[in-house]
Design a protein around this ligand. Structure first.
Ligand SMILES: *Cc1c(COP(=O)(O)O)cnc(C)c1O
Length: 494
């Protein structure tokens, strides 16, 4: 299996190891597989009997053909071990009627980014060896919160890799900030940026595109690599849990082989939902994808009109990991639907004018698989309260956006058309404890950390292990800089 860039009509090919090492294609495009491997009904049936790590190794093996099954199995077993994921890697919980919650937050940072970032560093370590690389890898991450911490946890103390994380100083929760500021590991660095997520992301992208920076880093013995969701090594592991959820629905008798399910994903960068779409292209029986957004509903508008327009106001919401105006992975969907040339033209317009409109045939094709819905702050809070009061299910703010969107979609269906709806639950409610607590009708305690204990006491649920004792850890990183200072900060640290 070889890979190519979303913007390169000449289809220059790269191996999986090269793609995982490089992150971004040389022309600024994203890597996609040259073709989509198939997953047959018999293969899905066989996966039903497997554990999560075995399911993951088999599915990854279809994409990372330059890795052996033994390598992948050993990495998957290490990444998704019981010690890191005490509640199971991706348990599917029946919430009510046709609604299932795919809980992707039982890992070491209590958020779904762990699903990819516990395995990605292991794949990169092997990629460095497989490509004969002599330099060490330098990972730069722009984060709106969860990615940064999950990347730091995944890469800490991994041989031949350094990681530096940038986050918007006012764009992440107090708990997220504390989690990053107290990160352990000898190869990690964390820096706050004055600005929003987009400023941090643009800063990282600029460094990646800067030949002079590459030269200077090269002299210091480093090659740049990215852990953001644009890296194929982040995306591929996310395909697995959609297949795993389907197996679980077969195993518990909800579905028979070949019957379809719907999927709803709380979306920011469009990586998670795109991984689900790849699973469908492989042959997984998914009928429809609901793309859920918060008040930053640029994707809802795009899926309705075909116009992607980031010239709009940016809102800070209680689901900050979805506070995004540029959904980078949408480029991959465009490429598969419209081809490289039209994708490159759209991306050029996005860069120069901040907006583009896809052709009518492209929008029609996208709409066959995707619908967009959104939940504003009031709807998000109301959903958290309604799900706890009616079903005893405690959802985080991002999951609540998805639950609300899933219900809006289901309400458009005839009763006979209702299918099991798998809703991705992307964070533990304790990651956003203060807002969840307030949504339940209480007053937020002035100390956001106290909210964790208050939430546990008032709901009879448990604080997940990664978030216990956060206030007692040593703060190591306090630096705040302007986006322009990012290159100097990187060079200074190397
Ligand atoms: C990253 C994240 C999302 C958005 O996922 P994308 O792959 O960027 O669409 C949703 N919820 C949480 C909690 C996240 O951390």
């Amino acid at each position: 299996m070889m890979y190519q860039s979303t913007r390169d009509p000449s289809h220059k090919k790269y191996t999986a190891a090269e793609v995982i090492k490089m992150g971004l294609a040389p022309d600024g495009g994203l890597f996609i597989p040259e073709s989509i491997p198939t997953l047959t009904g018999d293969e899905i049936t066989a996966l039903c009997k497997d554990t999560y790590p075995v399911r993951a190794a088999k599915i990854l093996g279809k994409f990372l053909t330059d890795y052996t099954h033994e390598e992948l199995l050993s990495d998957c077993e290490a990444a998704y071990a019981e010690t890191s994921f005490p509640g199971g890697a991706a348990p599917l919980v029946h919430v009510h009627d046709n609604i299932y919650s795919l809980e992707l937050w039982h890992g070491p940072t209590a958020a779904f980014k762990d699903m990819a970032l516990q395995i990605m560093p292991r794949l990169l370590s092997r990629a460095i060896v497989k490509t004969g690389e002599t330099r060490d890898a330098l990972i730069l991450v722009a984060t709106s919160g969860d990615t940064g911490k999950a990347a730091l946890e995944g890469y800490k103390d991994i041989d031949r890799i350094k990681i530096m994380v940038f986050y918007p100083v006012d764009g992440v929760s107090r708990v997220q900030k504390l989690q990053m500021a107290t990160q352990t590991g000898g190869n990690v660095n964390v820096c706050a940026i004055r600005g929003n997520f987009h400023d941090a992301q643009t800063g990282v992208k600029k460094i990646f595109g800067d030949a002079e920076m590459a030269k200077k880093l090269n002299q210091k013995g480093y090659v740049l690599s990215s852990a953001n969701s644009i890296n194929w090594g982040r995306l591929a592991p996310q395909i697995v849990y959609y297949v795993s959820a389907y197996c679980d629905l077969l195993n518990n008798g909800t579905l028979k082989m070949g019957e379809t399910m719907d999927v709803c994903v709380p979306t920011g960068n469009f990586g998670n939902i795109f991984a689900g779409y790849i699973a469908k292209l492989m042959g997984l029986p998914v009928r429809h994808f609901v793309c859920a957004s918060n008040k930053n509903n640029i994707l809802t508008d795009f899926l309705k009109t075909g116009t992607y327009d980031r010239n709009r106001s940016f809102h800070l919401t209680m689901s900050p990991s979805m506070d995004i105006l540029i959904s980078s992975n949408l480029e991959r969907l465009l490429c598969l639907t419209a081809g490289e040339e039209r994708t490159a033209a759209c991306m050029e317009k996005l860069k120069n004018k901040g907006a583009y409109t896809v052709d009518a045939d492209v929008l029609a094709a996208i709409k066959e698989n995707f619908s967009g819905y959104f939940a504003d702050e009031a709807a998000t809070a109301a959903t958290i309260k309604a799900y706890f009061d009616s079903y005893g299910y405690l959802a985080d703010t991002h999951t609540a956006v998805a639950l609300s969107s899933a219900e809006q979609y289901v309400a458009t269906l005839d009763t006979s058309d209702i299918r099991p709806m798998v809703v991705d639950s992307t964070a533990s409610p304790y990651k956003f404890a203060a807002d969840v607590y307030e949504s339940l009708g209480h007053t937020q305690p002035s100390d956001p950390l106290a909210a964790l204990d208050e939430l546990a006491a008032s709901t009879g649920t448990e604080i997940p292990y990664p978030l216990r004792g956060l206030g007692d850890r040593e703060v190591r990183f306090t630096r705040v800089i302007d986006a322009e200072e990012m290159p100097a900060a990187v060079l200074g640290w190397c």
